[in-house]
Every structure is written in structure tokens, then in C-alpha cells.
Ligand binder design. Sequence first.
Ligand SMILES: [Zn+2]
Length: 183
Amino acid sequence: MAMTTSASVPAGSEAAIGGGSVTDRLVEANAQYASAFTDPGMDARPVQRVAVVACMDARLDLHAALGLRLGDCHTIRNAGGVVTDDVIRSLTISQRALGTRSVVLIHHTGCGLESLTEEFRHELEMEIGQRPSWAVESFRDVDQDVRQSMRRVRTSPFLLHTDDVRGFVFDVRTGRLREIDAD
Ligand SMILES: [Zn+2]
């Protein structure tokens, strides 16, 4: 999947799918969801006491891929499943306020970040006259990137539990997880 710095998504792709905007269809789907919904009576603490940090990739259905059910886990997702300061913020709240103690990190094959470089920030600056404060966090070796993410979690001074941190690469073609050894 190519990423660009400008709005180059083809026009008319929405209309090809059906009437209304995609958000309209989501709202419609929610009305059906809510009509069949019964209050599960849970509190906010994840039942399996686990937080999953994963890429936002559309081909990764975390709950289905990991056999997770509603209420089981925290899911924290961003481009690449990168352990940024904001992910550490979420993990800190997850552990200290909501009782999780295991962390699972999931990157995947064919990630969009593999085709980017930090040059992306420079291109943005050229286009809009402002350089983003964030790093792109692009990578070439997905295994190394998972190891780096594990290191960032394990060495965070804010987290209570860093003894059960495991990292995986999800294969978007087979649906299978491959575990990455920590270094
Ligand atoms: Zn990805």
C-alpha cells in the first residue's frame, strides 16, 4: 500500500460502494448493533489483564486472530504498532489504573511503514511548510522493529509490569503469528 503526503485517494470510490458516506453506513450499522446489544455488565478492567499493541493495518482483526472476546483486553493501535510516548501513556494507564499486566506487541508483514523513510517528514515540510514533531518510525526489518518495541516497553520507568512482554509478526497472507525472540 503506497502512502502519499497529499490527498490523492481517488474521488468517487465512496459512491462505488453504495449510497451515503462511509460514516453514514457506520452509523446505520451501529443502529442494528445496538438493537441486539445487551449490557454485558462489565467494568472497564480487561478480563485477561492484557494490553495488545498493534499496527492499525486493516487486514489485522485482532480479536478474531487472537481469540479475544469483548472485555478481554486493551487494544492500542497506530501506524506500525510503534511504541511511542503516547503508547507508553496508554500502557501506563492500562497497568496502573485498569489492572493489566501482560503486553503483546504485534507488527505484520507488508506494513506500509516499510515503504516509507524519514524523508516523509521532509516531504511534508516541503509541501505544507511545517515539519511534524513526530518521527515517522519507518523500518526495514520487521523483526528488529518488534525487538525495539519490546525494549521500549521493558525499559519504560512508568510501567508496573514488564516481565511478560512478548512480540510477534502477523502474516497477513496466512493469518499466523510468528514470535520474535527478545535480544
Ligand atoms: Zn502496518
